[in-house]
Every structure is written in structure tokens, then in C-alpha cells.
Write a protein that binds this ligand. Sequence first.
Ligand code: GTP
Ligand code: MG
Length: 299
Amino acid sequence: MIGIVGIGAAGGNIADLAFENGIDAVALNFSERDLESLDFVEERLTLIGSEGVGKNRDEAINLMVDKNWEMALKFIKENFSTPSTEIIMVCFSAGGGSGGGIGPMLVDLLAQEMEDKAIVAVPILPDTTEALVHQVNALYVTEELSRQNLCVLPIDNEQVKKKNPNAGKARIFKETNETFVNLISSLPKYTDRHSKHGVLDKKDLRTIFSTKGISAISSAEITKLDEGQADISNEGITEVIKKSWENSIFAPLEMQTIPKAGIIYEGPLDLFTIDSAQLFSSFKGGEPTHLFEGTYEGD
Ligand SMILES: Nc1nc2c(ncn2[C@@H]2O[C@H](COP(=O)(O)OP(=O)(O)OP(=O)(O)O)[C@@H](O)[C@H]2O)c(=O)[nH]1
Ligand SMILES: [Mg+2]
């Protein structure tokens, strides 16, 4: 149901991990060497004109316009035209030249050319210790994306860096990429499951990811068997969910207006009640106008 397009080094790494985990994924890069370093993803497109644009967004954009548009579009259409792909997530570093240059233009083009799909931009934001060129590229990218009528799911390397200040790049990338791929591979599994108590189906998921604005996904464990008694009161569960928003790998949410949200619960049915007014009370605009809920019985 979800397909991944990875652009540049960072996007390619995510596409590779996604493909390893059974998600349809393709990778695009100017750098043949970067593409060769990937282990799993089968469909790869080498863009023409340069072995790498060295963080220079303008160069990537010019090369794309001159030589590569049609080829890139054809490549993505060939791989994702089937109706079973309903959501296409385009992953790219906002700080890189290739990712940051091509990413915003490509999502815009895909949204026009593949109207039957929900196109989601997944820019990866640099952590705050990274070089100025990454930060500047990322500013341009976020500005360009904010002008488009798109759902943006910004991965924020700073979120993982903050929790592990001494960790090296490799570890930050690994944890961020793995968390992202785990989340997006678990979501569609629920949309296929039955439940007497309400499901969050494919159409709901698609509706959420078709909504213009900044989005986030998080996962909250209400009880852990090895941690004794958990607070399973309404307030307790609400707190755990709110905390999961703060601890996510995505850019911190601005607590303004939230038009659409989805909640998936899995566990004993008698345990779960959610007071959405309380849950969304930290948002200035209050509760979402659309709330999709799926309740699945489990352990
Ligand atoms: N989360 C995550 N971030 C990454 C990964 N690889 C690189 N980054 C981040 O991406 C930025 C660098 O961009 P790259 O993806 O290497 O650049 P590119 O798109 O290949 O562009 P050029 O190399 O400039 O042509 C930095 O902000 C890194 O922190 C990764 O695997 N995971
Ligand atoms: Mg590169």
C-alpha cells in the first residue's frame, strides 16, 4: 500500500532498508557509487550529468531540468502505477544537494502526474551540529515544501541526536531509519485486519496522508510486562500517547490546528477508552475535525 522513493544518499538508505523489510521501494541518485553501496533495493536509477553535486542544490536542479525529468518520472510510474500502491512517500535529505534539490520538485511533479496516489514528502532535517550548508539547504527545502499542497512528514535527525548527544552519525542514521521503516511497515498491516470494534482502513490512512500540512507518526506502549503496574486510567493512557509525540523521530509538532488524526489501539478491549478532547487539549485548535480510530483485540 505504501511505496518508497529514495533520492540521494539518505533517501537511498531508507529505500534500501524499506525494501529489505518487504516494502516496495526504488532509489534515484546522481552518484552511481552511492547506488552501488545499497544492498537490497532492486530498482535503481542513475541520474545523468554528475557523479555527485557536492551539496549544491542549484546544480542538482539544473541537471534535473536539463536531462533527467522525463526519465525519473517514467521510472517512478513504471514501478508504482499499480492500484495497490496508494501512498508514495518520497524520502530525501533536506540538507543534501541531490535530495534537497530534487526532492521538492519531484513531489510537486508526482502530485500532478499521479493524481490517484497520495504523495507524501519525507524530508530528513539535519541535526543542529551539522555544517551550515546543510542547514541552509534545509531552509530552502522547507520553504519550498510549505508552498505546496502536500502532506509533509519531516524526519528530524536532531530528535535522535538530542537523546544520544555522544552518538556518531552512523548510529543516529541507523536508529532514525529503522524507526521510520518500522512505523511505515506496521501501519498498513492494521488496514488489512478485521475488527468488530472499528478499523482504520486503507482509505482512512490515505485520507490522513492526503492532508496538506505537517504530519507525524508515533507509537506508544501503554503497558510493559516487565515494568509492573501501568497507569491504564484514561489520564494515564492520554499521557503516554502525548509523550510519544514528543519522543518521535519526526520534527516537533506545532500545537496549532490538527485537521485529521488516526489512532490505532491493539490490546485487551476492556482496557482502552480515549477521551479525544483531553488527548488533543494541547492543540490550540482543539480536537481534529476528522478522527479515524481502529481498535484491534490483542495481547
Ligand atoms: N536519517 C538519516 N539521515 C541521513 C542519512 N544519510 C545522510 N543523512 C543526512 O543527510 C544530509 C546529507 O545529505 P545526503 O543525503 O548525503 O546528500 P545527497 O542528497 O546525496 O546530496 P549530495 O551528496 O550533495 O549530492 C545530512 O543532513 C545527513 O545528516 C541516513 O541514512 N539517515
Ligand atoms: Mg550524495
